[in-house]
Design a protein around this ligand. Structure first.
Ligand code: PEP
Length: 241
């Protein structure tokens, strides 16, 4: 089974940089297994080049007086396939709660989007041996009330917060154990044995070959390295080989 590689460009690159990004990445990445999530204002450029595009957030309502927000209904109407919800940066900077994230997940799924749900522990939680507990809380709250059909359109991204943008990654064994744990958790709590799990956190062109040896992993969520088209292409090449 081919893996899924998702690039999260976050709030990076200006218009000139997007133009050169598209030139370099053009042609190489028209794969159903690659999703690029640019800053929202640039999404139409990527759509017009026929990429599979994701959005970095969607709101819980379909429409209304919510200045600055984008609804899943609007995103779906643009042909945007995926939305990233529960990212640790939004949990941290925008104070998004588990309950709010759950509502946004349900709204996105009702609008036929696929959802990448991010979960992960802080360094402090890891040191206190609370990782499993944190992941269990985030996942059971995020997926509350979802049907099996809805879970078909959910992918979990395990992203230890201490590994994001730090050039540090857990060992392959730790990642593999966590992927197994998440799959078992979703099976036992939601009676859903087939959940897909990505790894995210400092994936780059240098460590991808080693990370790609992990069994049970369904793909990668790539932040920083995806903003460099050459590095992102290398990651895609290895991950989809
Ligand atoms: C992310 O923020 O989703 C991420 C994985 O970032 P990075 O690859 O830069 O660690």
């Amino acid at each position: 089974m081919k893996k899924l590689v998702v690039g999260n460009l976050k709030m990076n690159l200006d218009l000139d940089q997007i133009a050169s990004y598209l030139e370099i990445i053009n042609e190489e990445v028209h794969s159903p297994h690659v999703v690029i999530c640019p800053t929202s204002i640039y999404i139409p450029y990527f759509l017009s080049h026929d990429y599979r595009v994701g959005i970095q957030n969607t709101f819980l309502a379909d429409e209304g007086a919510y200045t600055g927000e984008i609804s899943p209904k609007q995103a779906d109407s643009m042909g945007i396939a995926y939305t990233i919800l529960g990212h640790s940066e939004r949990r941290m900077y925008l104070k998004e709660t588990d309950d709010f994230i759950n509502k946004k997940i349900i709204a996105a799924l009702k609008n036929y989007m696929r959802v990448i749900v991010c979960v992960g522990e802080t360094l402090e939680e890891r040191k206190m041996l609370k990782t499993d507990r944190v992941i269990k809380r985030e996942i059971t709250n995020a997926l509350r009330g979802l049907t099996k059909e809805q879970l078909d359109n959910v992918v979990i991204a395990y992203e230890p917060i201490w590994a994001i943008g730090t050039n540090q990654t857990p060992t392959n064994k730790d990642i593999e154990d966590m992927i197994n744990y998440i799959k078992l958790l979703v099976e036992s709590y939601f009676n859903y044995p087939n959940i897909k799990v990505l790894y995210g956190g400092s994936v780059n062109e240098k460590n991808i070959t080693e990370l790609n040896k992990i069994k049970n992993l369904d793909g990668y969520l790539v932040g920083g390295a995806s903003t460099n088209p050459e590095k992102f292409l290398k990651i895609i090449e290895v991950a989809l080989s």
